[in-house]
Structure formats: C-alpha cells, structure tokens
Ligand binder design. Structure first.
Ligand SMILES: *Cc1c(COP(=O)(O)O)cnc(C)c1O
Length: 357
C-alpha cells in the first residue's frame, strides 16, 4: 500500500475550460499558457490534451519547448520571457519557436544569429506593470530596429496588464497601449485569463489564457470558478491515517496552535507542506472529509495536517479527504491561506503521485 496522497488531473476539465476560453476569445487565436509545468498539471500531458484545440503553447524554458517538439507538437510555441542568450536564440530559431523581445539585449541576440527561417517575434511593451517590456514611447523606434533585421519574421505587439483581476481594471493602460500602437497595423496579444473573461473590449489577435484552463478563477474575489463555468482540473486527495479523541483544553500539532475548547475528534490527514499544501493555511481552512466539508485545526506539518471530524461520526481511518479540487474549490483553500490557486497548483510537490483521469 502506498501513502494515500495523490493528485488526479482530469484532462476533460482542461479541454472543457479551454472551450470556455475559446468562446470568450471570439475570433482571436489562443496561446494555451503551460508555463511552470502547466501550473503543476504536467507539461506534456496538458499539451497533448490541448494539441487539437490550442493555436499555440506559451511557456518559459526553452528545454520545455524542445520537449514539446520532441513529443510531436508542431504548433507555434512562445517563449514568454524570450531568450537569455544568443545561443538559445539560435536553438529557438532552429525549432521554429516564437520569442518575446522585451529588452534591447534580445534584439542584439537576434542580430547575432543566422537562422534558416525568420523568427516570429512578440514585441513586449510596458503598459504599466513595469516588469518586462519597452516603454510605449519607444514602440516605433524598436519596431524599426526589428524590421531592419532579416532574422526577424512576423511581429506581434504584446502587453500584459497588472490589474486585470481587480477593481482598477485595464482601461487606462489599454488606452495608452492603443494610442502608442495606433496605425501600426500589426497583430496584438493582450489578454490573460482575467482580461479575456472580464474585458472583451480589449480584443487582440492572440489571447494568453493560463489559470482558467486549470479551473482556477483569475479573479476569485470577483467571480468564483464555478460561476465562470470552469471545472477543477486538479484534485488533491488523501485519507485519514489516524484519529485522535481530544479532551477540552488539549492541543494539536506543532506549537499547540489549536486548543480544543471542548472535546474534539480529530482526523490526521496524510498531507503536509512537503506535498505542497501551504504551511501558512490557518485553523479553519476548508477541507472535505468523507465527502463533507469541515476545517483544518492547528499548524500544517511537513507530512500531515489535522481536520475537525467532531461532527462526522462516520469518518475514521481510511476515510477519503479532498484538500482541493472536486467539491472544494482551490480558490477557497487559497483564500483561507492568504494566497491564490496559482500558487497552490504550482507548489504541488514532486513526491505526490499524479494520476490522469
Ligand atoms: C502567466 C502569463 C499569462 C497567463 O496568465 P493567467 O492569469 O494565468 O491567465 C499570460 N501572459 C503572460 C505574459 C504570462 O506571463
């Protein structure tokens, strides 16, 4: 018998969620964002599941792009941070990858290579995130420099909004982006999941949905994943491996953080922070035991955590537990732990066995 924790990845949910992205995108094409091991869901399995649906795949590491090419993925693949050396630029060109160009050094890398075919470029412009990208005011000048290079193929203008997921929205940076790029007649790529779902007016020719494909809400404070029609793709499950009967005044876990005000029945779950469950999830974080919703108690350990099963007399050793996924949105667990579903998914530890359903 193996340790009972596992992550089940439901590929049909990812395909369903992609369909929702497609509906919102109208005529725009879609880069399926599969960076960070497809947000913890498995790079190859997600790429293969979406290969007949996505128009291209977007990720960070060139090694991952080559893995996809070796797996037979012939679609466009976009390196979201571009290349980090001229040698990589040459490799990217040789494998038909599309590259983000966000700073002058990457233009010099392009100038230094001798590709067999011109490299498709996404020129990244900084519309206010102040992370990557050329200033909007330099757009035309940079475009000129790129156009002078025979190494450069089709150019798409790209930006990334900092507050598509909150009350502030994208109106101001979108207006500035439009003004700076007016009349250039080039395709555009603007929308992450939140922009795609909330601001259809942003338009663009290529959208870049990520989190929504995995069934996380890009804006959990404004709309739940379920209300957006998204299905959870990852279910992290385990079982109870012990039950403790606590008397009033007793404590559970490291630091004795939780003290029982009355007698409590506590289930010990085979899941801890070394599996990717957030250690900072406090007492009261939602959890499903034997199909019913209850809460965690005390501090999360490396390999275990405690759940209140006082009101679940049917629960005992071997009872199934869902940490997030089917029946319990990752967004709810993330919110209780002060983070976002993206971080929960990406943190899934290599020691957790993954099963595809
Ligand atoms: C990660 C990323 C996305 C996807 O964002 P989601 O919020 O997960 O939809 C889109 N564009 C860029 C540039 C990214 O880095």
């Amino acid at each position: 018998m193996h340790r009972p924790i596992r992550a089940s990845i439901r590929l049909s949910a990812i395909r369903h969620n992609f369909g929702i992205a497609r509906r919102h995108a109208g005529s725009a094409r879609l880069w399926a964002v599969i960076k960070a091991n497809a947000y913890g869901h498995g790079l190859r399995r997600v790429a293969i599941a979406l290969d007949d649906m996505a128009d291209g795949f977007a990720l960070l590491e060139i090694e991952d792009a080559l893995t996809l090419r070796e797996s037979g993925v012939g679609k466009p693949i976009l390196l979201l941070e571009g290349c980090f050396s001229a040698a990589d630029m040459q490799v990217a060109a040789a494998h038909g990858l599309s590259v983000v160009v966000h700073q002058p050094e990457q233009i010099r890398m392009l100038a230094a290579i001798r590709p067999a075919a011109p490299v498709p470029v996404l020129l990244k412009l900084n519309s206010g995130m102040n992370r990557l990208g050329f200033p909007l005011s330099r757009c035309r000048e940079v475009l000129q420099a790129l156009r002078e290079l025979p190494q450069v193929g089709n150019i798409t203008l790209m930006t990334h909004f900092a507050q598509a997921d909150d009350e502030v929205g994208i109106a101001e940076p979108l207006a500035r982006f439009r003004q700076a790029t007016e009349g250039l007649g080039l395709p555009r790529s603007l929308a992450n999941s939140a922009t795609l779902l909330r601001f259809p007016e942003a338009g663009g020719d290529w959208a870049r949905p990520g989190i929504m494909l995995y069934g996380g809400s890009p804006m959990p404070r404004l709309a739940s994943a379920a209300s957006l029609g998204l299905e959870p793709a990852m279910t992290l499950s385990s079982t109870l491996i012990a039950v403790q009967e606590m008397s009033a005044g007793e404590r559970v876990g490291y630091g004795g953080l939780y003290q029982a005000p009355q007698a409590r029945r506590v289930g010990i779950v085979a899941c801890g922070y070394a599996d990717g469950y957030p250690r900072h999830a406090p007492t009261g974080t939602p959890i499903l035991v034997a199909g019913r919703r209850t809460v965690t108690l005390g501090r999360v350990s490396m390999d275990m955590l405690a759940a209140d099963i006082t009101e679940l007399p049917e629960a005992g050793i071997g009872s199934p537990v869902v940490l997030w996924g089917d029946g319990l949105a990752a967004d709810e667990v993330a919110d209780a732990a002060g983070t976002i579903s993206y971080e929960l998914f990406c943190a899934l530890a290599p020691r957790v066995p993954v099963v595809t359903v």
